[in-house]
Design a protein around this ligand. Sequence first.
Ligand code: IZC
Ligand code: ZN
Length: 421
Amino acid sequence: MKATLVIKNIDNLITLRGENKARTLEDMKDVGSIKNGIIALKGEKIIYVGEGELPSSIRIDENTVILCGKGKTVTPGLIDSHTHLVHGGSRENELAMKLKGIPYLDILAAGGGIHSTVRATKEATFEELYYKAKKSLDIMLSYGVTTVEAKSGYGIDDFSTELKQLEVAKKLNEDHPVDIISTFMGAHAIPSKYKNNPDVFVDIIVEDMIPKVAERNLAKFCDVFCEEGVFSIDQSRRILQAAKEYGMGLKLHADEIKPLGGAELAAELNCTSADHLIAASDKGIKEMAKKGVIANLLPGTSFNLQIGKYARARKILEEGVPIALSTDYNPGSCPTENLQLIMSFASLIMKLTPEEVITAVTINGAASLGLEDKVGSLEMDKLGDIVIFDAPNLEYIIYHFGINHVETVIKEGKVVYEKKL
Ligand code: IZC
Ligand code: ZN
């Protein structure tokens, strides 16, 4: 068999080999490191991962791209499994309010926050949204991210804007090297029109929007912002049950700020992931463990909102819940595309080990998007999504924080990003 791309002499090859499923505490310890590793690809897929030299069954010729991993750390492509990628405008005007201590939910209740991004997203053309999101995707790719989840939710009751966001994500998925998995999140805020009768808006989401999104095949998942003053537990349940009937996977913004019982609901509904969990209860965490719901943690949001509290990552792991980590990239509560910074926060603030962190942004991120059989680890027959870090080991990437350590990104067997020196 002829290899089309080989990375050889890799000082620290982190394969994440093992079962294609979300991993918990014990299984997060062994990240399948190989010293003096070598990896070979044919087309978009991995054909060999090992130590030293290639076996004689794999040939190379003058067309084979050969990269050197001396002094480098090589990992699977990173997966950012929770973002609000496609949106109009920005919200730096909220900084002054944040510095005065005005809470996120108060800004939202006063008609700002998400509502201001809804206005900007409605006004933006398809092209404007496309190029703004593309710019963010380019940044994410440069930081080693090869798969991104993207939510709608800045149209809310304006369904054409919801569709516009999902269509932009679909087009970018076709045009851009980064793979995009779309999530319908019309239930992101209560529109002012329905302030006094939010259940009418829930009816519209359930009876009209979800069937139409499903019919157009525009979203793999459905998500709800289950939060005080936004969607209640009962409303969230109704929306997600409807989405399930239409074949969508389920996600939930759960217990981000107030302990409403989102973790419990995510377990009850067998959600693929419950995201945020900053205020999740002990009971909710235990129930998630029983059902195998992935905890998608977003420490950049605690940092940006200055709520002084982070999800209890160690407790969550010790109860047997698998953890994924994401940016939550959005204009209001986490305006950053930098997943490496989130990895540093997760370790230095949430006390996750480097092995737990890399598992959370690779195979566990893949599982939280239902992609664990395709990406998230470096093994035979998986896609050749690979990052070469200019770093001697994993600790270095996490410890030396706030900068980009990526040297080269390979997506489906092709070099798609190279750092300019
Ligand atoms: O635009 O504020 N938390 N939704 C729920 C967000 C943050 C995004 C935003
Ligand atoms: Zn979010």
